[in-house]
Design a protein around this ligand. Sequence first.
Ligand code: ACO
Length: 403
Amino acid sequence: MSELSMDRATDADWDDIATADARAFGMTVPIDDIGRQELSPLLPNDTLLLVRDQAIESHPLVGLSAFYRMRITPPGGTPQRAAGLTWVSVAPTHRRRGILRTMLTELSAQWRAEGYAFAILTATEATIYERFGFGVAMFVDRVSIPTGAQWRSPATTHGEVHYASTTEAAQTIPQIHQRWAAQHPGAITRDPAWWTPIFADRPPERRPGYTQLFYLLHSDGYAMYRMKTTDTIPDVDVVEAVAVTDAAHSALWRVLTSLDRTGSVHAELPADDSLPLKLNNFRDVRTVGSDDTVWVAILDVAAALTARRYAADVATVLDVVDDFGSAGGRFALTVSDGAASVSDTDAPADLFMPIAALGSLYFGGRRATELARAGRISGTAEAIAALDAALATERQPVAGTFF
Ligand SMILES: CC(=O)SCCNC(=O)CCNC(=O)[C@H](O)C(C)(C)COP(=O)(O)OP(=O)(O)OC[C@H]1O[C@@H](n2cnc3c(N)ncnc32)[C@H](O)[C@@H]1OP(=O)(O)O
């Protein structure tokens, strides 16, 4: 790093930041003044880290990373602060010289100083972040459903769902999302600044060939969708379908699967979504692909483990190795009536795992038995089964917000 400087962003850096972002991720829409205004409360300058090459006269920006100050809901717990790593890129001319590692070392120190127990991210490649303590934690299936798929039970009520104007949507949807996020493991809550660009739905930022957002509203849920106008019979792209209750889920999906003059409905669903089981033919919900979504690095093991609820009692000693950060150690975990107490200990460990594995297990998207079979964690069969039972969640974790 001798010729390289690393600093927080200033307002003067934003043109370079926008160019680096466009180059790294193929963004076709430049960040304009409105975009800057929308981003500034989400990414204040102290969350943006810039590396420049001082050996080149123009001091080009060669490394960029940032984090959102977010909240995420642990299983059964209340939303916890999480550092949402994002916008990571290193210029192709400067790769594999340790710039990413240097930036993450700096950001990790900031996250620890700010008291975060969790860091989270969505990854472009699955092989980058485990070495930095992140474990893959959440998954979605991409599904396609033919319009007109038949439901097992007839619709019982009409008028539960209506189309909302942007004004009504902006007044109503954030509270519904907040209710959903408070009860769903892995849900990322949204500050008002997150909603501004969503409801602005600026035409230049829409994918080419897609309509504006349409809002469907239920008292306990909502859906946002677009139509793909390039085909004579358009397909439907469900951007979000959020339901606090099963009744809202059914009511919204009944409308989404029966839109007139549409071909197929495309959406992302967790593997345990109840939609297939509500249809006459569960194969109508065809999985066309799967993606990992959120990766989790636990920065403070005791704070994280005490922030969630548990499905079974357990008393165990975890040996957690953190080769990158400082979260590792030996922890006595005792769960009673769903609540955990955690203390440092010198007692012999029952279970051994890298910190990334704990991140994978924490929200319930991966199971201890699964990671043990893959050799990612180790311990006696009894200890693994006991941890597996304690960490079990009623539902698959869903983040709901891409960043
Ligand atoms: C949260 C997000 O924003 S995800 C977006 C990530 N960004 C991108 O995909 C944009 C395109 N890629 C890039 O900009 C760069 O290649 C980056 C950011 C992925 C890596 O930056 P670099 O500065 O080259 O990484 P750096 O040299 O610090 O490497 C750190 C370690 O990661 C490894 N590594 C880096 N990139 C990769 C990769 N794509 N796949 C596997 N390993 C990788 C290196 O080998 C090195 O390993 P080691 O320290 O254990 O020996």
